[in-house]
Design a protein around this ligand. Structure first.
Ligand code: ADP
Ligand code: MG
Length: 417
């Protein structure tokens, strides 16, 4: 079919890739046809291309709503690398001054700009709404769409205002994308964005190249991690800690042990933060010690391990964070340290919050605990969580499959409860 070849040609021309990954072609055809589109695809699956390529092929500017400044910059830089045309992609957020914003607006008016990334906070600003009402918009893309849902791992209230604002600016087709695929989150997103009838494209969430392991958290944890890093010298890794304080402390400990590590958390000043991020991306640092503020949408293909110093607050969060390993399809080791008392700490943190939020938080914690304590294949449990059935007996790439717990041990555990 001519159309088919044409799309492959466009892919090659704009991005240099020979073939589409997974569902990309079907998704892009749906967007080009002007339909609402809902995309559930794991981290690293290639979601960005699903709106980037159609935006380049369509008249007007696609509005991409994306939650983080770091993420926008990363994507706009990548688009500019692909394109010879100046101003093909832009972002508007709080980091731009007045004259930079004017430049962006000029480029959009001239028709050069095919992609405009905006944070939801900027989208809702009156002056931007006013401006966008005059723009020829091809479609809207809502990236990291799980931010709409309280059941997602990164709820952002501003995301709830996207639909009303879109109505104000002017209705156009919508594509929503996320790597968080629990049925609850999916329903929330579709309802909130008014796209219940959208075509849904769901890929498998299995990342067969990722190895999952849970280790008991003991007083030895620092030494254990240092040893691990040293035995993986020269490889890139991310270490997630719960608190900013721990991030700072542990980054210092690693440095003191001769490891090229840098901290990253939302409490650092933004310049330091982005310079640490860049150092990690450019491999001037091997290890980034971070809170969950780090990593969303950041495209470093060769992260070889993700370590959770503290157990995450939800399995979705865990899946997202571990998903940053092995994006190139190569090895990715995901090791989380678990102690029951950490869960109790997390529960305590929630105490000041509204009751409904606490209930959600507790439910998510219970699911994480069940995952950490299970002797069943971790991949099976994770995929089940995403509504997917994993049929293999033995995944061959998690601690429980590689070292099955002895039956006696399980019994002893039970009687100890
Ligand atoms: P996601 O947003 O789903 O986590 P990204 O959009 O960041 O994933 O893409 C992940 C990686 O896959 C990027 O390095 C991107 O350039 C690459 N990629 C996307 N589509 C293709 C393709 N068709 N062929 C080869 N690489 C691709
Ligand atoms: Mg993405």
């Amino acid at each position: 079919m001519a159309k088919k070849d044409n799309l492959t040609e466009e892919l090659k021309k704009h991005f240099g890739f020979d073939t589409f990954k997974g569902n990309q072609r079907a998704i892009i055809e749906n967007v080009l046809a002007g339909n609402d589109t809902f995309v559930l695809m794991p981290t690293g699956g290639g979601k960005s291309l699903c709106y980037q390529l159609p935006s380049l092929m369509m008249q007007g500017t696609a509005i991409v709503i994306s939650p983080l400044i770091a993420l926008m910059k990363n994507q706009v830089d990548a688009m500019r690398n692909f394109s010879e045309e100046d101003g093909v992609a832009h972002f508007i957020n709080s980091s731009l001054n007045k004259s930079a914003i004017d430049q962006v607006k000029d480029d959009i008016r001239s028709g050069r700009t095919k992609l405009l990334y905006v944070a939801p906070e900027s989208l809702t600003k009156d002056e931007n709404v006013e401006f966008l009402r005059q723009v020829n918009i091809s479609f809207y893309a809502v990236d990291e769409a799980h931010c709409i849902s309280e059941w997602g791992h990164d709820f952002r209230p501003e995301y709830r205002r996207i639909r009303p604002i879109i109505n104000e600016i002017g209705k156009r087709p919508l594509i929503a994308l996320t790597a968080t695929a629990t049925p609850k989150v999916q329903h929330d997103i579709q309802k909130n964005l008014g796209m219940i009838d959208a075509s849904v494209f769901k890929s498998s969430f299995n990342r067969s190249n990722l190895y999952y392991e849970i280790r008991p958290k003991t007083a030895n944890i620092d030494r254990e991690i240092i040893k691990y890093i040293k035995s993986n010298e020269g490889k890139s890794g991310i270490i997630y800690c719960l608190s900013r304080k721990k991030v700072e402390e542990f980054a210092d400990i690693l440095k003191a042990n001769g490891i090229k590590a840098l901290p990253y958390h939302a409490g650092m000043d933004s310049q330091q933060r982005s310079s640490n991020q860049d150092a990690f991306l450019m491999e001037k640092a091997d290890v980034i010690v971070a809170t969950i503020a780090f990593g969303m949408g950041i495209d470093k293909p060769d992260v070889r391990y993700v370590i959770h110093y503290d157990i995450p607050k939800s399995l979705e969060g865990y899946y997202q964070e571990t998903g940053r390993a092995g994006r190139d399809g190569g090895e990715g080791q995901c090791i989380a340290f678990y102690a029951y008392k950490d869960l109790q700490k997390l529960e305590k943190f929630m105490q000041g919050k509204p009751v409904a939020e606490q209930e959600i938080g507790k439910q998510l914690l219970l699911e994480t605990a069940a995952y950490a304590e299970t002797s069943v294949c971790r991949r099976k449990v994770l995929l089940h969580y995403f509504g997917e059935e994993y049929l293999e007996e033995n995944c061959g790439n998690c601690d429980n499959c590689l070292n099955p717990k002895k039956k006696v041990e399980a019994k002893e555990l039970l009687s100890a409860v």
